[in-house]
Design a protein around this ligand. Structure first.
Ligand SMILES: [Zn+2]
Length: 229
């Protein structure tokens, strides 16, 4: 059975059935806050057709998006490390379906399912590598290639050509000024890669976006495929 979430698909058949029995379906709403850094985690989420942004914040600066979680991932893998506290702010970026399980039931499953533990450890390893790569990406890669990467990541997670996001929200997510996003969006639009209208960005040419996306897009996919493919 296809659960709609790749991590669940990787579990041994019996472990997958046990986990799915404990999961409930939920519809995540755009801008819904699933947890703030330092708060107790009561639920674990396995998105099926939704995207969850993870934000990091330091002192008075605006929060910056450091990861985007969709059907390839989950929210709450750190429970496998015995940690039941959210390390980052988690906000729904793309509304859609998700599976949901209480942190308590998930921890009990972890204790008895070797395949669930293995997948969680691999996912945490991949996420750690991807989070570390975020720093040089922010420092060294240009805005348009980073924007192309973000749009491709959203498309992969939501399985749709259309992304709902204003320039202002995108600037906030990518940790850059709004003017920089406007210039980058214009250049992507001029090259026929996207069509931008009133907060709706349509991906018009995926191969073209892949060609100009910063190398982090391919690197993210490669390490994921290596350990979780
Ligand atoms: Zn990059």
């Amino acid at each position: 059975m296809d659960s709609g979430n790749h991590l669940i698909t990787l579990l041994a058949r019996r472990d997958r059935a046990n986990l799915l029995e404990l999961c409930q379906s939920a519809e995540l709403q755009s801008s819904q806050v699933l947890g703030v850094a330092g708060s107790a985690q009561h639920y674990v989420w396995f998105p099926q057709a939704a995207a969850i942004s993870l934000f990091a914040k330091i002192d008075h600066h605006p929060a910056v998006e450091v990861a985007l979680v969709g059907r390839e991932g989950m929210l709450g893998a750190y429970l496998a490390l015995g940690m039941a506290v959210m390390p980052l702010l988690a906000v729904v970026q793309g509304a859609g379906d998700s599976l949901c399980i209480t942190a308590r039931a998930f921890s009990m499953e972890l204790a008895r399912s070797a395949s669930l533990q293995k997948v969680m450890f691999r996912y945490l390893y991949v996420q750690m590598a991807q989070l570390a790569a975020f720093v040089p990406c922010l420092g060294f890669h240009q805005i348009a290639p980073r924007m192309a990467r973000w749009l491709l990541m959203m498309q992969d997670r939501m399985q749709t050509d259309q992304v709902v996001c204003t320039h202002e929200a995108l600037a906030y997510r990518l940790g850059v000024r709004r003017e920089g996003i406007t210039i980058a969006a214009l250049s992507l639009q001029r090259d026929g890669l996207i069509d931008y209208r009133r907060g709706f960005i349509t991906i018009a040419n995926r191969p073209g976006l892949i060609a100009i996306a910063c190398p982090c897009y391919a690197a993210d996919r490669a390490i994921y495929a290596q350990y979780l493919g």
